[in-house]
Design a protein around this ligand. Structure first.
Ligand code: ZN
Length: 283
C-alpha cells in the first residue's frame, strides 16, 4: 500500500504548485479590486500576454531566467517562492491524512474534504499574510468566509482532525471576541488604533479552523515572532533610518500583525497534526 501514498504525495505537490500560481494572481489583483479569473495575466511592464508555457509554476520562472519573455524585465523571485511554498504546504497538510486513506480507516470523501479544506485554509492564510504585508489591509473577501468554512469542516470531519464543532464555534467566538477586546483596550490606553478589524476577522477564522484550544499558542507564537521580527528589523534597519526617509521609516515600524497570526496558525496546524499522529502511533 506504499505506492498509492507516493502517488497522492506527488499529486499534492503539483496541485499545491497550481494553488501557488493562483495565489500570486490573488495577491496581485484582490487589493487592486480586479477580477481573479479574467483577463489572462500580462507582463506589468510591457503588457505581453503570458502564455501557458510561461505560466508553469516555478519551472517557467527558472526557464525564462527570471525575466519577461518579451521585454526581458526582471520578474520578482517572490512568484516562484510563493509557488514553491504552497507546493510544500499542500503536501504537508495532505500527508497526515494519507495513512488513514491507505489503511481504509478513512473514507475517500473524508480525506478529500479534510485535505481540500486545509489546503484552502493555508492558501487563504498565505494570501492574507502577503496582502497585509504589502498593503496593511486584510481583505474581507478573504477573511470573512474563513469562520464559515472552518465550522463546516468541523461538522463534516471535525473529530478526525481533533476539532469538534463545539471547539470550532468556541474558537471563532473567542478568537474574534478576544482580539476585539484587545483592540478596544489598546485604543483606550494608547488613544490610537493598534489592531485592525481585519485581524479580528482573521482570528475568528483561525479559531474556527483550529479550535479554541489552539488560540493561546497561536497568539503567543504570533506575538513572539512579531517581536523578534521587530527587534531584527530595528538592528538590521538602523543604518537605513536616515533623515531622508524620516517619517517613512516610522511607518515601516508600524507593522501588520496579520502575517504573524497567519504564520502561527500554519505552524499550529502542521505541528498539531504531526505531533497528533506521532502520539497516536506511539500509544
Ligand atoms: Zn514584459
Amino acid at each position: 500500500m506504499q505506492l498509492p501514498i507516493a502517488i497522492f504525495a506527488v499529486f499534492a505537490v503539483l496541485w499545491g504548485a497550481l494553488w501557488g500560481s493562483f495565489l500570486n494572481v490573488v495577491v496581485y489583483r484582490v487589493p487592486a479590486g480586479l477580477s481573479v479569473v479574467h483577463p489572462r495575466s500580462r507582463c506589468p511592464k510591457c503588457g505581453a500576454a503570458i502564455t501557458w508555457w510561461q505560466n508553469i509554476p516555478v519551472l517557467s520562472w527558472a526557464l525564462l531566467g527570471g525575466r519577461c519573455h518579451s521585454c526581458k524585465t526582471w520578474i520578482s523571485v517572490r512568484y516562484p517562492l510563493v509557488e514553491a511554498s504552497m507546493a510544500v504546504l499542500a503536501l504537508a497538510v495532505t500527508w497526515p491524512w494519507l495513512p488513514g486513506l491507505a489503511s481504509g480507516d478513512l473514507q475517500p470523501w473524508q480525506v478529500a474534504t479534510g485535505v481540500l479544506a486545509e489546503q484552502l485554509f493555508v492558501f487563504v492564510l498565505l494570501a492574507i499574510a502577503l496582502i497585509d504585508a504589502d498593503t496593511f489591509l486584510v481583505p474581507d473577501v478573504l477573511s470573512l468566509p474563513l469562520p464559515l468554512i472552518g465550522l463546516g469542516l468541523a461538522f463534516a470531519v471535525g473529530p478526525l482532525r481533533g476539532v469538534t464543532w463545539q471547539q470550532s464555534a468556541a474558537g471563532a467566538l473567542a478568537g474574534g471576541g478576544g482580539l476585539l477586546a484587545v483592540q478596544w483596550l489598546y485604543a483606550v490606553a494608547m488613544r490610537r488604533e493598534g489592531l485592525g478589524t481585519g485581524d479580528i476577522k482573521l482570528m475568528a477564522g483561525i479559531g474556527a479552523f483550529l479550535g479554541l484550544k489552539a488560540l493561546p499558542a497561536v497568539l503567543l507564537v504570533a506575538a513572539l515572532q512579531g517581536l523578534l521580527f521587530v527587534a531584527g528589523w530595528a538592528v538590521i534597519g538602523r543604518g537605513k533610518l536616515t533623515e531622508e526617509r524620516g517619517l517613512a521609516s516610522i511607518r515601516h515600524l508600524a507593522m501588520p500583525f496579520g502575517p504573524f497570526l497567519a504564520l502561527g496558525a500554519v505552524q499550529w496546524l502542521l505541528l498539531s497534526r504531526i505531533a497528533g499522529n506521532a502520539l497516536a502511533h506511539w500509544l
